[in-house]
Write a protein that binds this ligand. Structure first.
Ligand code: F6R
Ligand code: ZN
Length: 193
C-alpha cells in the first residue's frame, strides 16, 4: 500500500482526481465498512442486518503522501457512499482533534453535510461541490451523505491534529441525520423517529 513520504518532504504537486478520488503521487487509503462503525448508528438491529448482508463499504479516505506530522499540512479525499442504516444516513465515524486545531473541507461531488459538536451545541453545514466548510478548533466533526450519489470532499488539516474517535463515542455528536420526506432532517442525538 502507498504510504506517507518520510520527512523532510520536498515541494510537490499532487493531482487529486475529483472523479476517482485518486491522488498521484498517492498516500494511504483507508476503507471503512459498516462493521467498522459499530455502536455509532442508533438502530443496532439495522446495523447488524447490513453487517451480515455483505458488510458494505460506507466510505473511504484517500490521503496524499504528506505525513501526519507537526508543521506538515496533510490532505485527504473522503468518499461516502449513498445509503442509510435504519433511516440514518451513511456517515463517517467522526472525531475530535486531540491537539485542538482547525481544518477545512472542500466539497467535490455529491450532496452532503458537515455535522459539528463542541460538547455543548451541535452545528450543521450543507456541503456541495465548491463549498468550503470550516471546522474551528475544539469542534468534533462527522460527515454525512444526504444525497443519492457518492458524496466526496477534500480535507486539509494540520499534521499534528490527530484523531480522537473515543470522544465521539462518549459524547455523541449532538444530532443524528435521518432520511425524511423532504430529504433529510436533524434530530437530537437520542431521537430515532
Ligand atoms: C481529518 C479529517 C478527515 C476525516 C475523514 C474520515 O482530520 O477530518 O480527513 O478523517 O473524512 O472521517 P473519520 O476520520 O471520522 O473516519
Ligand atoms: Zn478532522
Amino acid at each position: 500500500m502507498a504510504d506517507f513520504f518520510p520527512p523532510p518532504v520536498l515541494p510537490l504537486a499532487i493531482r487529486f482526481d475529483p472523479h476517482t478520488a485518486l491522488a498521484e503521487p498517492s498516500g494511504p487509503v483507508v476503507t471503512r465498512r459498516i462493521s467498522d462503525l459499530e455502536g455509532l448508528f442508533a438502530d443496532a438491529a439495522a446495523w447488524e442486518r447490513l453487517r451480515a448482508d455483505g458488510d458494505p463499504v460506507i466510505y473511504s479516505v484517500a490521503s496524499s503522501p504528506v505525513p501526519e506530522l507537526a508543521r506538515e499540512l496533510p490532505q485527504s479525499v473522503t468518499t461516502i457512499h449513498p445509503g442509510d442504516c435504519g433511516g440514518e444516513f451513511f456517515m463517517t465515524k467522526g472525531h475530535q482533534h486531540p491537539d485542538p486545531q482547525g481544518e477545512i473541507y472542500l466539497g467535490l461531488a455529491g450532496k452532503g453535510g458537515l455535522l459539528l459538536f463542541n460538547g455543548e451545541r451541535p452545528d450543521w453545514i450543507d456541503m456541495s461541490p465548491g463549498m468550503i466548510g470550516y471546522i474551528p478548533p475544539g469542534w468534533a466533526h462527522r460527515s454525512v451523505n444526504v444525497g443519492s450519489e457518492p458524496y466526496r470532499f477534500l480535507a486539509v488539516y494540520p499534521g499534528s491534529a490527530g484523531h480522537d474517535y473515543q470522544w465521539v463515542v462518549e459524547h455523541g455528536m449532538g444530532h443524528r441525520i435521518w432520511r425524511s420526506a423532504a430529504g433529510f432532517e436533524l434530530k437530537s442525538f437520542g431521537g430515532s423517529s
